[in-house]
Design a protein around this ligand. Structure first.
Ligand code: ZN
Length: 149
Protein backbone atom coordinates (compact mmCIF):
# COMPACT_ATOMS: atom_id res chain seq x y z
CA UNK A 1 0.00 0.00 0.00
CA UNK A 2 2.89 2.36 0.72
CA UNK A 3 4.01 2.01 -2.87
CA UNK A 4 0.64 2.93 -4.29
CA UNK A 5 0.31 5.84 -1.91
CA UNK A 6 3.70 7.27 -2.84
CA UNK A 7 2.90 6.73 -6.50
CA UNK A 8 -0.02 9.00 -5.87
CA UNK A 9 1.96 11.76 -4.23
CA UNK A 10 1.16 14.29 -7.04
CA UNK A 11 -2.42 14.46 -5.82
CA UNK A 12 -1.68 14.46 -2.11
CA UNK A 13 -2.16 18.19 -1.89
CA UNK A 14 -5.54 18.35 -3.61
CA UNK A 15 -6.69 15.31 -1.69
CA UNK A 16 -5.64 17.06 1.47
CA UNK A 17 -7.65 20.07 0.41
CA UNK A 18 -10.71 17.92 -0.04
CA UNK A 19 -10.14 16.24 3.30
CA UNK A 20 -9.98 19.71 4.83
CA UNK A 21 -13.27 20.56 3.14
CA UNK A 22 -14.77 17.58 4.91
CA UNK A 23 -14.06 19.14 8.25
CA UNK A 24 -14.75 22.73 7.31
CA UNK A 25 -18.07 22.85 9.09
CA UNK A 26 -19.12 21.45 12.41
CA UNK A 27 -22.02 19.68 10.74
CA UNK A 28 -19.70 17.99 8.28
CA UNK A 29 -17.31 17.04 11.04
CA UNK A 30 -20.09 15.49 13.05
CA UNK A 31 -21.61 13.67 10.13
CA UNK A 32 -18.41 12.58 8.43
CA UNK A 33 -18.87 14.41 5.12
CA UNK A 34 -22.57 13.84 5.28
CA UNK A 35 -22.76 10.08 5.14
CA UNK A 36 -25.90 8.73 6.71
CA UNK A 37 -27.52 12.12 6.94
CA UNK A 38 -31.21 11.65 7.75
CA UNK A 39 -33.41 12.83 4.91
CA UNK A 40 -34.84 15.63 7.03
CA UNK A 41 -31.34 16.98 7.61
CA UNK A 42 -31.09 17.72 3.92
CA UNK A 43 -33.80 20.34 4.18
CA UNK A 44 -32.14 23.68 3.95
CA UNK A 45 -28.66 22.33 3.20
CA UNK A 46 -29.22 20.49 -0.01
CA UNK A 47 -31.68 18.88 -2.36
CA UNK A 48 -33.35 15.60 -1.49
CA UNK A 49 -33.93 14.92 -5.18
CA UNK A 50 -31.41 13.46 -7.59
CA UNK A 51 -30.30 14.96 -10.86
CA UNK A 52 -28.44 12.09 -12.54
CA UNK A 53 -24.85 12.38 -13.72
CA UNK A 54 -24.88 9.86 -16.60
CA UNK A 55 -21.15 9.91 -17.39
CA UNK A 56 -20.15 9.46 -13.78
CA UNK A 57 -22.82 6.78 -13.37
CA UNK A 58 -21.39 4.72 -16.23
CA UNK A 59 -17.90 5.14 -14.85
CA UNK A 60 -18.95 4.14 -11.34
CA UNK A 61 -20.91 1.09 -12.51
CA UNK A 62 -17.86 -0.14 -14.40
CA UNK A 63 -15.53 0.52 -11.47
CA UNK A 64 -17.79 -1.08 -8.88
CA UNK A 65 -17.23 -4.35 -10.74
CA UNK A 66 -13.46 -3.75 -10.93
CA UNK A 67 -13.24 -2.81 -7.26
CA UNK A 68 -15.34 -5.72 -6.04
CA UNK A 69 -12.48 -8.28 -5.76
CA UNK A 70 -10.34 -5.69 -3.94
CA UNK A 71 -13.05 -4.66 -1.51
CA UNK A 72 -14.08 -8.26 -0.90
CA UNK A 73 -10.81 -8.62 1.01
CA UNK A 74 -11.96 -5.96 3.47
CA UNK A 75 -14.06 -6.64 6.56
CA UNK A 76 -17.52 -5.14 6.46
CA UNK A 77 -17.83 -4.81 2.70
CA UNK A 78 -21.35 -5.24 1.32
CA UNK A 79 -21.67 -4.57 -2.38
CA UNK A 80 -24.81 -2.49 -2.83
CA UNK A 81 -27.35 -3.49 -5.45
CA UNK A 82 -27.21 -0.06 -6.99
CA UNK A 83 -25.60 3.26 -6.22
CA UNK A 84 -26.96 6.30 -8.02
CA UNK A 85 -24.68 9.22 -8.86
CA UNK A 86 -26.38 12.59 -8.45
CA UNK A 87 -25.36 16.16 -9.17
CA UNK A 88 -24.05 17.91 -6.06
CA UNK A 89 -25.67 21.30 -5.67
CA UNK A 90 -24.04 22.18 -2.37
CA UNK A 91 -20.34 22.41 -1.66
CA UNK A 92 -19.61 19.17 0.13
CA UNK A 93 -19.75 15.80 -1.64
CA UNK A 94 -21.67 13.24 0.40
CA UNK A 95 -23.25 9.80 0.42
CA UNK A 96 -26.83 9.13 1.46
CA UNK A 97 -27.00 5.66 2.99
CA UNK A 98 -30.78 5.59 2.98
CA UNK A 99 -31.14 6.04 -0.75
CA UNK A 100 -27.75 4.67 -1.83
CA UNK A 101 -27.08 7.91 -3.63
CA UNK A 102 -23.80 9.74 -3.88
CA UNK A 103 -23.71 13.47 -4.61
CA UNK A 104 -20.62 14.72 -6.44
CA UNK A 105 -19.74 17.68 -8.62
CA UNK A 106 -18.48 15.78 -11.65
CA UNK A 107 -15.81 13.49 -12.98
CA UNK A 108 -13.27 15.74 -14.64
CA UNK A 109 -10.08 14.81 -12.81
CA UNK A 110 -8.34 12.10 -10.83
CA UNK A 111 -9.36 13.99 -7.74
CA UNK A 112 -13.00 13.76 -8.80
CA UNK A 113 -12.57 10.02 -9.30
CA UNK A 114 -11.21 9.66 -5.78
CA UNK A 115 -14.11 11.71 -4.45
CA UNK A 116 -16.63 9.46 -6.18
CA UNK A 117 -14.80 6.34 -4.96
CA UNK A 118 -14.73 7.84 -1.45
CA UNK A 119 -18.48 8.34 -1.36
CA UNK A 120 -19.02 4.86 -2.78
CA UNK A 121 -16.87 3.35 -0.02
CA UNK A 122 -19.12 5.07 2.52
CA UNK A 123 -22.11 3.25 0.98
CA UNK A 124 -20.37 -0.11 0.57
CA UNK A 125 -19.21 -0.14 4.22
CA UNK A 126 -22.20 1.64 5.72
CA UNK A 127 -23.02 -1.25 8.08
CA UNK A 128 -19.50 -1.45 9.46
CA UNK A 129 -17.48 1.04 11.56
CA UNK A 130 -14.89 1.49 8.81
CA UNK A 131 -17.58 3.02 6.59
CA UNK A 132 -17.81 5.87 9.08
CA UNK A 133 -14.06 6.29 9.49
CA UNK A 134 -13.03 9.13 7.17
CA UNK A 135 -9.37 8.11 7.20
CA UNK A 136 -10.17 4.53 6.26
CA UNK A 137 -12.63 5.64 3.58
CA UNK A 138 -10.19 8.10 2.02
CA UNK A 139 -7.28 5.66 2.14
CA UNK A 140 -9.40 2.95 0.53
CA UNK A 141 -10.69 5.30 -2.17
CA UNK A 142 -7.17 6.34 -3.10
CA UNK A 143 -6.06 2.73 -3.23
CA UNK A 144 -8.96 1.83 -5.53
CA UNK A 145 -8.15 4.64 -7.95
CA UNK A 146 -4.42 3.85 -7.82
CA UNK A 147 -5.09 0.24 -8.84
CA UNK A 148 -8.07 0.84 -11.14
CA UNK A 149 -7.87 4.36 -12.56
ZN1 ZN B 1 -16.26 10.97 3.63
Amino acid sequence: MDDSMSAYSPITQTTGARAAAHTVTLLAALLGCGVGVPAEAHIGVGPAHCTPLPGAQTWLDRHIALWDPVLSQERGYQRPDRVTVCVLEGSLPFADNRTNRVYVRGLDSTNDQITLAHEYVHIAFQHFPSGHDERYVERTARRLIATHP
